[in-house]
Design a protein around this ligand. Structure first.
Ligand code: M6R
Length: 622
C-alpha cells in the first residue's frame, strides 16, 4: 500500500521518479506527488488521482534537480485530496518526506507536537513524522533536553530521534532543505530497497521501480536506515550503529514487469500460468522416485511429517488457496489442518498445541494481518513456514523456513498466477507428507505425474478466452451472481466470486453448492447468473441436483464442466469445457475460466482492471 520512490544521481530526478511511480502505481493510486530539492529549495507537486494527473502539473522540460522523492498513495488517514497527498513538509519548511505504512500512535504524537507549537495542515498520520523530524532537527535536542552529539550528523540524528518515538510499520524517504546533498531512507516493517547504480541511487518500495536503472540492490532490514550523500551511501541501525550493506542481484527482469502486448497485467498474468506453474514445479518433483524436493523446507520435513496439526493462515485469494491446502493435507497426508483468516487469528488468542506447524501464504509477503498472525504463532512457540512469492519480503524473512512460489512479479491487483502457484506448492507438500506417512510410492508418483501435466492443460483453457468473453457479455448486466462448487471446487467458487467482485464491482457470492438451500436460494430470481463448477469429480451427481434447484427457480446457469461431458448440456445455459484431472488438482484448472470470466466482465464494464477502485496490491495496513 502506497509506493515510494526517491532518486539521487546525476540525471534530472523528475522523469526518473515519474517512471518509478508508474511502476509502483499498483500499490495505491488515489493521489500522487513529488518533491524536488535544488539550491536548498523544495519544489512540491501534488494532485489527487493517478500519476497521469501528476504529469500534467509538472514542469516541461523537467526541472534540473538531481535529488527528489515521489509517492503514490492509498489513503488510510484523510481523503485523497491535494493536501493529504505526499510529500509532506514539516512546520519549519525544512523537512519533506514520503511515507508508506501506518503510524499507530500518530494521535498522541500530534497532540504533543501541537502543544509544542507545531502546526498541521493535513489529516494524515504522515505529517506527524515530518513534524517530529522537523521538531528534533530545529530544537537540536531530545525530549529530555540532551543535545545532538557533536560526532553525529544533525539530519540523521533528528530522523533517528523521531523514528524512535513512532509506533507502527513504515518505509520513509526524507529530504532536508539544509542538506541538498543528502537523502535518507528508513525501513520499519514496510518494504524498502536501495538500488545502487553508477553514480546514482534509487530508493523504492519494490524492485520494479529500480530494475530499469540497476540490478544491484541492498534490501534494508527492519530498523535500518540508509543515508545517501552524493556518490556514497551508508547503512545504520536507528540507534546509529553501522550495518554492513550486502549488495544483491535483483531477481526480476524488465520484461517481467512490462505488458508485452497485453492490454492489462491481469490478462498477462492469467496467460502466464502455464509457464509460471512450470517454473514453480520445476526441479521440485522427482518423478522417478515419486518424491518432492522443496529446498527451502527440506530440513523441516521430519517435523512436518510428525506434526499433529497444520494451521494455514492468509488473507483474500491466498486464504482460498489455504482452504484448498486444508483439504489436501487432510486427504493426502491425513494430517488435521485448518485455514484461518490471518485478521481473525491474530486477535483470537489461538490455542496452538505443541508441535503445531503454521503455514503462512502470501503473494506479496507484506500483508499486515498475515505478518501479525505469524507473530502470534511464533510467540506461542509454533514453527512457522511460508509460501511466499516476493523474494526477500518481510514474511519470507520472518518465517522459520519457506517455499517460494517463483511466479515472478504479480502486478495486477487481482491475484491470479499466485493462486495457482500457492495451490501447486501446497499440493507438492501434501503429496510428500502423504508419501512419508502412508501413501505408496506408486500413488505418489501417479499424483506427481498428474501435477506436472497441469500447465499444459491450462494452455487449452486459455484458448477459450473468446467463448468465455461471450458468456460474460451475455450476463454482465446482471447485478448479482452466485458461484457454487463442492469439495475441492468449493474454494474455487469463493475465489471466482472474489475475482468478479473486486474488478467488475458486480455483487457475487461464493458458496458450497449444497449450502444454497439453507438460505441463499432465496436470492435466486429470474435470469440470475449462477456459475457452477460441475466437473467430473466425486460429487458430480450431487452438484447436478444443485443445478436443477437453481434452474427450477429461473436462475441462469454457467457451468464449468469436464471435456466430453455431454450429459451436462441440458443443465447449462452456457458451458465452459476444461480438461479432466483428479479431484485434488481440480482447483488448478477450474479457477482459470473464472479468472478469465471476471477479467472480461470488468473490461466490458470499462473498469480499470489492474487498478480496481478502493484496492491496492498489498495490504500493509490492518
Ligand atoms: O499479498 P497477499 O497474498 O498476502 O495478499 C492477500 C490478499 O490481499 C490478496 O490475495 C487479495 O485478496 C487479492 N487482491 C485478491 O485478488
Amino acid at each position: 500500500m502506497c509506493g515510494i520512490v526517491a532518486y539521487f544521481g546525476r540525471k534530472p530526478a523528475q522523469p526518473i521518479l515519474i517512471e518509478g511511480l508508474k511502476r509502483l502505481e499498483y500499490r495505491g493510486y488515489d493521489s500522487a506527488g513529488l518533491a524536488l530539492l535544488e539550491h536548498s529549495d523544495f519544489s512540491i507537486y501534488k494532485t489527487p488521482g493517478r500519476i497521469a494527473n501528476l504529469e500534467v502539473i509538472l514542469p516541461v522540460p523537467p526541472q534540473k534537480a538531481v535529488l527528489g522523492i515521489g509517492h503514490t498513495r492509498w489513503a488510510t488517514h484523510g481523503q485523497p485530496n491535494t493536501t493529504n497527498a505526499h510529500p509532506h513538509v514539516d512546520y519549519t519548511g525544512k523537512i519533506a518526506l514520503v511515507h508508506n505504512g501506518i503510524i499507530e500512535n500518530y494521535a498522541t504524537l500530534k497532540k504533543w507536537l501541537i502543544k509544542e507549537g507545531c502546526t498541521f495542515k493535513s489529516e494524515t498520520d504522515t505529517e506527524v513524522a515530518a513534524n517530529l523530524i522537523g521538531y528534533f532537527y530545529s530544537k537540536n535536542q531530545t525530549r529530555d533536553g540532551r543535545g545532538c552529539p557533536s560526532e553525529c550528523d544533525r539530519f540523521e540524528w533528528a530522523v533517528q530521534q523521531a523514528i524512535n518515538e513512532i509506533v507502527g510499520t513504515f518505509g520513509l524517504a526524507i529530504l532536508c532543505r539544509d542538506c541538498p546533498e543528502t537523502l535518507i531512507g528508513v525501513k520499519k516493517g514496510s518494504p524498502l530497497i536501495l538500488g545502487v547504480g553508477k553514480n546514482e541511487f534509487i530508493i523504492a518500495s519494490d524492485a520494479s521501480a529500480i530494475i530499469e536503472h540497476t540490478s544491484q540492490a541492498v534490501y534494508l532490514s527492519d530498523g535500518e536506515m540508509v543515508t545517501i550523500c552524493r556518490d556514497s551511501f551508508s547503512t545504520k541501525t536507528l540507534s546509529n550503529e553501522t550495518v554492513d550493506a550486502e549488495l544483491k542481484e535483483i531477481e526480476i527482469s524488465l520484461d517481467q514487469i512490462e505488458l508485452e502486448g497485453f492490454s492489462h497485467y491481469m490478462q498477462k498474468e492469467i496467460a502466464e500460468q502455464p509457464a509460471s506453474l512450470e517454473t514453480c514445479l520445476n526441479g521440485r518433483i522427482d518423478l522417478k522416485n515419486g518424491r518432492v524436493v522443496l529446498g527451502g523446507i527440506q530440513s523441516r520435513l521430519r517435523e512436518l511429517t510428525r506434526t499433529k496439526r497444520i494451521i494455514l493462515t492468509a488473507c483474500g485469494t491466498a486464504w482460498h488457496a489455504g482452504l484448498v491446502g486444508e483439504f489436501l493435507f487432510e486427504q493426502l497426508a491425513r494430517i488435521p489442518a485448518e485455514v484461518e483468516y490471518a485478521s481473525e487469528f491474530r486477535y483470537r488468542n489461538p490455542i496452538l498445541e505443541e508441535g503445531t506447524v503454521v503455514i503462512a501464504i502470501s503473494q506479496s509477503g507484506e500483508t499486515a494481518d498475515t505478518l501479525a498472525a505469524i507473530e502470534q504463532a511464533k510467540e506461542r512457540g509454533a514453527t512457522v513456514l511460508g509460501a511466499v512469492n516476493v523474494v526477500g519480503s518481510t514474511i519470507a524473512r520472518m518465517t522459520d523456513a519457506g517455499v517460494y512460489l517463483r511466479v515472478g512479479p504479480e502486478i495486477g491487483v487481482a491475484s491470479t498466477k499466485a493462486f495457482t502457484a500457492q495451490v501447486a506448492v501446497l499440493s507438492m507438500l501434501a503429496i510428500e507428507l502423504g508419501r512419508r506417512r502412508h501413501l505408496s510410492n506408486d500413488v505418489a508418483e501417479g499424483l506427481l505425474k498428474e501435477l506436472v501435466a497441469i500447465p499444459n492443460k491450462i494452455k487449452s483453457i486459455l484458448t477459450q478466452s473468446e467463448i468465455i468473453r461471450d458468456i460474460a457479455a451475455a450476463n454482465v448486466d446482471r447485478e448479482n451472481w452466485l458461484f457454487l462448487g463442492r469439495g475441492f471446487n468449493y474454494p474455487v467458487a469463493l475465489e471466482g466470486a472474489l475475482k468478479l467482485k473486486e474488478i467488475s464491482y458486480i455483487h457475487a457470492e461464493g458458496l458450497p453448492a449444497a449450502e444454497m438451500k439453507h438460505g441463499p436460494i432465496a436470492l435466486i430470481t429470474d435470469g440470475m447468473p449462477a456459475v457452477f463448477i460441475a466437473t467430473r469429480c466425486a460429487q458430480y451427481d450431487k452438484i447436478i441436483g444443485n443445478i436443477e434447484e437453481v434452474r427450477a427457480r429461473g436462475g441462469r446457469t454457467i457451468v464449468v464442466a469436464t471435456e466430453g461431458d455431454e450429459q451436462i448440456r441440458p443443465y447449462a445455459d452456457h458451458v465452459i469445457y476444461i480438461p479432466d484431472t483428479c479431484d485434488y488438482f481440480q482447483p488448478l484448472l477450474t479457477v482459470v475460466p473464472l479468472q478469465i470470466l471476471a477479467y472480461h466482465a470488468a473490461v466490458l464494464h470499462g473498469h480499470d482492471v489492474d487498478k480496481p477502485r478502493n484496492l491496492a496490491k498489498s495490504v500493509t495496513v490492518e
